[in-house]
Every structure is written in C-alpha cells, then in structure tokens.
Design a protein around this ligand. Structure first.
Ligand code: CUA
Length: 170
C-alpha cells in the first residue's frame, strides 16, 4: 500500500466513524424529540382499565342513562358515554378546563371506537364491558369524539362533541 493509499484509507475511516456516530446521535435526538413533542402536545392518559359485567347490562345502568357528567371531587368529574350504532350518548359533553375527567365508556350493541381527537384518549367501546380512561383537558375548546371502529353504514357519522369550558365558568 502506498503512503498515499494509507492516508486515503485513514481519512475514509475517520469519515465513516464520524457519520456512523453522527447518525446514531441524530436517531437518539429524533426519538427523544418526537416523544417529547407528542407528550407535550397531547398529554398523557392515566387510570386506564376495564371491568366486565353481564352483556348489555352496563348500557342500562343508571349512570349511563342519566348521570352523564357527574362531579366526583373539587376538580374531578366522571363522564358516562354509551356508543350505539350510530351515535354517542350524550352527544354534547361539557367539562371544565384543567379538571380530571374519568370517562366510563361502554357500548349498547357492537364494538365502537372511542377516540377523542387531538388527545391520546382512545379505547374500544365493548358491549358488556365498561372501559375507563382519565384525562385532563389543559385548554378550553371543542374536541370531537370519533368512532374509529367500523360499525356499519353510518360509522363515519358517529361523532360527538366535548366542549371544554374555560376554568372558572360556572
Ligand atoms: Cu361506531 Cu364506528
């Protein structure tokens, strides 16, 4: 190997090491950055679990019939939602900004997907099962509940609204 070739190889290896290391650093930064961005933008959900009862029963429970939005603490609310082909009941929900909201979700017929647009809230509404998820809306505004589980002809029209009222609104 001529001195020129040796120098060329040494230089090429330096470049390769630089780029291997550089790409690894970029991957790590992108991963951390993306995770931070998603959590910062969407928030985190807690308190997810589900419990089963006999089929059809939950949708008939009083809370799901008329409770809808129940205050459970100084700054905490329980919201009961039933999915039916093809609407959510209730279809307009008011909750205050900054409050801890626990959603109780079930279905009266087939599987529906309970997804709150612009949040990480996403669970499946299953007949006979009550799924829960806890979430705090940090900003007032309109959020849509979309059905993301194909449930028949008007699946696409199965949309409800959550109106997050500014804190301090009675
Ligand atoms: Cu309900 Cu799709």
């Amino acid at each position: 190997m001529s001195p020129f070739e040796a120098a060329f190889h040494a230089s090429a290896e330096r470049h390769e090491r630089f780029w291997i290391f550089g790409v690894l650093v970029m991957l790590v930064l992108l991963t951390i950055g993306t995770m931070f961005y998603v959590v910062h933008d969407y928030g985190l959900v807690t308190g997810t679990h589900s419990y089963a009862t006999d089929p059809q029963a939950p949708a008939r429970e009083a809370a799901f019939q008329d409770g809808k939005v129940v205050r459970t603490g100084p700054n905490a609310y329980a919201v009961y939602v039933v999915g039916r082909a093809w609407h959510w009941s209730p279809d307009v929900i008011h909750v205050p900004e900054g409050a801890e909201i626990t959603f109780y979700v079930t279905s009266a017929d087939v599987l529906h997907g309970f997804e709150i647009q612009g949040t990480p809230v996403n669970l499946t509404a299953v007949p006979g099962v009550v799924g829960t998820v806890r979430y705090t809306f940090r900003h007032a505004g309109l959020f849509r509940i979309l059905c993301n589980e194909y449930c028949g002809m008007f699946h696409h029209a199965m949309v409800a609204r959550i109106i997050v009222d500014p804190a301090g609104t009675p």
